[in-house]
Design a protein around this ligand. Sequence first.
Ligand SMILES: Cc1ncc(COP(=O)(O)O)c(C=O)c1O
Length: 369
Amino acid sequence: MKKRYVTNSPGLTPDLLSLHKNNDAIDYKSDKNSFFSFPCARHALYYAVEALGLKQGSEILLPSFVCNTVIPPLKRRNLKLSFIDMTKDGKVKWSHAEGLISDKTAGILWHHYLGNSDGVEEAKSFALKHGLKFIEDCAHALFSYAGKKEVGSFGDAAIFSIRKTIPVTYAALLKINNDKIKRKINVNVVDLDSAYSLHLQKTEIYHIRNYYQSISPDKEIMRNSFMDHLKEAGRFHKEPDVVFPIDELSKTVIQNADGVRIRSVRTEIYSLYEKKLKKSALFNTLRKGSCPLAFPIVVKRGRDALQKRLEKEGIETARYWPKAMLPDGVVKEFRNARWLADHILTLPCHQTMSAADAEYVCRTVNRLL
Ligand SMILES: Cc1ncc(COP(=O)(O)O)c(C=O)c1O
């Protein structure tokens, strides 16, 4: 089998570069009263708490298997966090959530894990039943639908991390759906400093590299030179209330991105994986309309070794999320969250992959498993 190089993220393709007349704002849906742009979803979350009027000291429920980047925005707003137990296939245990409700509970955050919209109605019903504000975390789910309804339209507020699905440097959204919620949000936008500008430029080059890799799958393109750079990202976005402006290239890319096509390519790649790797798949089904972020497999033994072997074979993968990326305390308290953190590996599934790439990944995974 001929070696191929498959990136974990989509590349910056030429069709994303045509210039628009009005490039002032992200202007995602021309509805400036409902959409607010931020560099990362963590900032959107910080400002969502303000918009929703969640009071200091009140409590918010969230899945125990969740990325720790959502914690600082909530803590900075002085909310108390209460984690919900999960099943081993990554679903929230609603019976456990019922037991956590107290007179202090004011909200719940629920995420479309890896873009899969399955379960959103149940989460919304739970919020309604208990009179909680519902924060719909769509960080992984740009362009996803739940059946016929767009994700991001269920929550009182919804957050998106655009950069996880399309090749932009930093771009995210807060969407407010509840008419009773205030629409004036005072965002603290700061000037770019030179270190951050350099970081943005390197990230742009990384997206271009991913494009070259996708059109030249038989030779490795500059992967190693980006590894340290990618780790650097967290340094610039530590403070959830400090918001850098969105760069011009990202705005252009967002305006050109074709959500329908992106969802369709991702769904096709995902189905190919489902056929060939069914036994290892985390989800029984991907909810119809979902725009998958990746294909999660459960590796019972030797997950990290498999990830390294795949990298040697040219295949980039990720772990959503390893133990180090879970919120403090969760690893000790929640066995299933820990189990998921230790066993999930996500295979690349994006719009600059070809069917041949996905075939190569499947064959390699099946050979190594
Ligand atoms: C479920 C979830 N929500 C929110 C975030 C935060 O997104 P961002 O990195 O854009 O702040 C992440 C980040 O990985 C995430 O996985």
